[in-house]
Each structure stands twice: as structure tokens, then as C-alpha cells.
Ligand binder design. Structure first.
Ligand code: FA5
Length: 325
């Protein structure tokens, strides 16, 4: 009887045994019920015996209950055990987007040449994006830079050139600054045009700054990026906020075709006297240039379509992060 209890293999079986022995129709009740039919002296002895049995049964049940509980606990602990010798699950650290890498590299090149890094808002006023840059309200040059407007009259800046005016209003020359950032244009996208892209603007103002200084600055940026012997070219062009104005290009071997060609990068020129006057500068001159970062990245990496940058296709992105991401 007690052995049965000690060998109950789980709580359920133990409970069943308990009912069999101590329950309403169980062994002990039946024995007690039979006491009445025994002669008086036997009845007493049997009564004592049954009481002892009851305590023994109860004790045995309690012991088995404790044993089963401790087996259950150790099984649970075993299941939850952590094997500290197993190799960990590798968490990817990610990597920088190819455009961020390009901007970082450009900023490093300019910082090494003594330029200060500045940034400004993407939501810009019409005054700073256009009017202060010598685009009068009905000037046709505005049409080349259509954009997206907020309901309060501000707009998503179409270029980084408003940073020129923002900086000049708050500082006095001499200075050399570089301002990278996101810009927006309302235009149909194709392999070389996005509605959202990045530009990098450079502005240098001091006494007697000349077009020659600008030429040198563009040439040394190209040399830093692509090495000695790289050729740059200026071609006359028009931007309302520079005079004279030009477009600059780099003589570059296209890695896709293997052919040498001129890569048009952006616009440049001497800061227009109207712009200098509007920020209260006198007796100084300056140059500015600005170009498309995607354009540079497309060519340097031989990427066939500008839209890949924002598709977030991991197969594309991983190519520039050494496999991370
Ligand atoms: C400008 O935005 C002038 N702010 C540049 C400038 C700065 C001139 C300082 C003078 C002095 P433009 O609209 O040409 O110029 O754009 C400059 C460059 O941005 C282009 O050469 C091209 O590389 C890039 N770009 C223009 N539109 C797009 C577009 N939709 N998608 C991608 N890149 C573009």
C-alpha cells in the first residue's frame, strides 16, 4: 500500500491513490465502517491500528508529493538551462548607405582644406531659396527648379544655395564653408533624375577672391577624390546668383564603358554683387559652387540608375558596406 504511494509516477497517479485510500469510499473509510461489527476489545485495537495507518498513508503521500515537486522543478530547470558554450546569434551591425559614405568622403576632403561644415533646413522660405539668390518672383530661371510647397508658403528647397545666404546673414567674412544636404524638385524621375537628391555647396568669401581661386578649389577637390592628373573644365553657364557663372566637369574614365568623358558635376561662379549687397557685404568677393552627390556616386561606382539609391534593395546596398546590413 505504502509502496504504491512511493512509486506513483506523477501527481495524477498519486491523487488517484489518495482517493483510493483516504477518499469517501476509500480503504480507510470502509475499514472504519467495519469497526462496528467487531467485538469491543478487538475494535479498540483495530481503531488504533487504522489511525496509525492513516498517519502513515498521509505521511507517505506528503513525501511523494514533495519528491514529485522537486523532480518537476529540476526538469523545468534543465529545460531552461542556458548553454553558455553555444555560439551566439550574430546581430548585424549594419553599414552606412553609399550616399552617406560619399558625403562623408566629400566633407573630409573639404575639412582638410580648411572649410567649415554647415547644415540648414530642408523646408525653406521662398525668399531664401529664390528671391535672395537674385531670382525675382517672375524670373524664368525659377521654372527650372519647380518644387513642393507647404501650406504656409514655404517650400522644399530646390538646391543647397540658400545656405549661402543663410550663412552670410549670420557671419562676417572671411570664411570657407561647405554645406551638404537633401534637395527636392518636382520632376519626372529617370535614370539620372530623382525628385529627391543631395547637393553639396561650397562658399568662400574674402578680400580679392578670384575666379582663379575657384578654379583651383574645384581642381583640388577633384585631385583629392580621384588622384593626380585628373582634369577639370569650366563651361560658361547662367545662374542668377553668380556672375560670371559656369558649369564644371571632370575628365573621367567611365568604369562602365572604359571611355574617357567629361562628367558634368554642377554649377559654380563668382557670388553676384546683388547677393553680396543684400547681405550687407562690401569690399569682398567670393565664389560658390554646388553639385549633385548622387551624380558623383553614380559615376564613381558605375551605378546604372539613380533610383537604386532609394529602392532599399539589400542586394544593392550590401555591395557598398563590405557585406554588412
Ligand atoms: C543648382 O542647383 C545650383 N544651385 C548650383 C550652383 C551652386 C551654381 C553655386 C552656382 C553656384 P543645377 O540645377 O544645375 O544647379 O543643379 C546642380 C546639380 O545637381 C546638377 O549638375 C546635377 O548634378 C544635380 N541635379 C540636378 N537635378 C537633379 C535631379 N533631378 N536628380 C539628381 N541630380 C540632380
Amino acid at each position: 500500500m505504502l509502496d504504491d504511494i512511493a512509486s506513483a509516477k506523477d501527481e495524477e497517479e498519486l491523487q488517484r491513490k489518495k482517493v483510493e485510500l483516504l477518499g469517501k469510499n476509500g480503504f480507510l473509510r470502509n475499514e472504519l465502517a467495519r469497526l462496528g461489527s467487531l467485538p469491543i476489545d478487538e475494535r479498540k485495537a483495530k481503531g488504533h491500528e487504522l489511525n496509525r495507518d492513516k498517519s502513515k498513508i498521509e505521511e507517505a503521500i506528503k513525501r511523494r508529493q514533495e519528491e514529485l515537486a522537486s523532480v518537476k522543478l529540476s526538469r523545468m530547470l534543465e529545460k531552461e538551462r542556458i548553454d553558455v558554450t553555444l555560439p551566439g546569434a550574430r546581430v548585424s551591425a549594419g553599414g552606412l548607405h553609399v550616399l552617406t559614405q560619399t558625403i562623408n568622403r566629400l566633407v573630409e576632403v573639404f575639412k582638410n582644406q580648411g572649410y567649415e561644415l554647415v547644415t540648414g533646413p530642408e523646408l525653406e522660405t521662398d525668399a531664401l531659396n529664390f528671391t535672395s539668390l537674385n531670382f525675382p518672383p517672375d524670373h524664368p530661371a525659377r521654372d527650372a527648379q519647380d518644387t513642393f510647397w507647404a501650406t504656409d508658403g514655404r517650400l522644399l528647397r530646390t538646391h543647397t544655395s540658400p545656405m549661402q545666404v543663410r550663412y552670410m546673414l549670420a557671419h562676417r567674412p572671411p570664411f570657407k564653408v561647405v554645406a551638404p544636404g537633401k534637395v527636392f524638385r518636382n520632376e519626372a524621375t529617370d535614370i539620372t533624375h530623382e525628385a529627391q537628391f543631395h547637393q553639396l555647396e561650397a562658399l568662400v568669401v574674402d578680400k580679392r577672391i578670384t575666379m582663379g581661386d575657384m578654379r583651383g578649389a574645384i581642381a583640388s577637390m577633384a585631385t583629392e577624390l580621384f588622384g593626380d592628373g585628373i582634369k577639370t573644365r569650366l563651361q560658361p553657364s547662367y545662374f542668377p546668383f553668380v556672375e560670371p557663372g559656369a558649369e564644371f566637369a571632370i575628365w573621367w574614365e567611365n568604369p562602365r564603358t572604359g571611355r574617357k568623358e567629361w562628367l558634368e558635376l554642377g554649377g559654380c561662379g563668382m557670388v553676384h554683387p546683388n547677393v553680396l549687397k543684400s547681405v550687407g557685404y562690401a569690399d569682398v568677393t567670393g565664389f560658390a559652387f554646388g553639385f549633385g552627390v548622387e551624380r558623383l556616386a553614380l559615376i564613381t561606382h558605375g551605378i546604372p540608375d539613380i533610383r537604386y539609391f532609394h529602392h532599399n534593395d539589400m542586394r544593392f546596398l550590401r555591395q557598398f558596406t563590405g557585406g554588412a546590413v
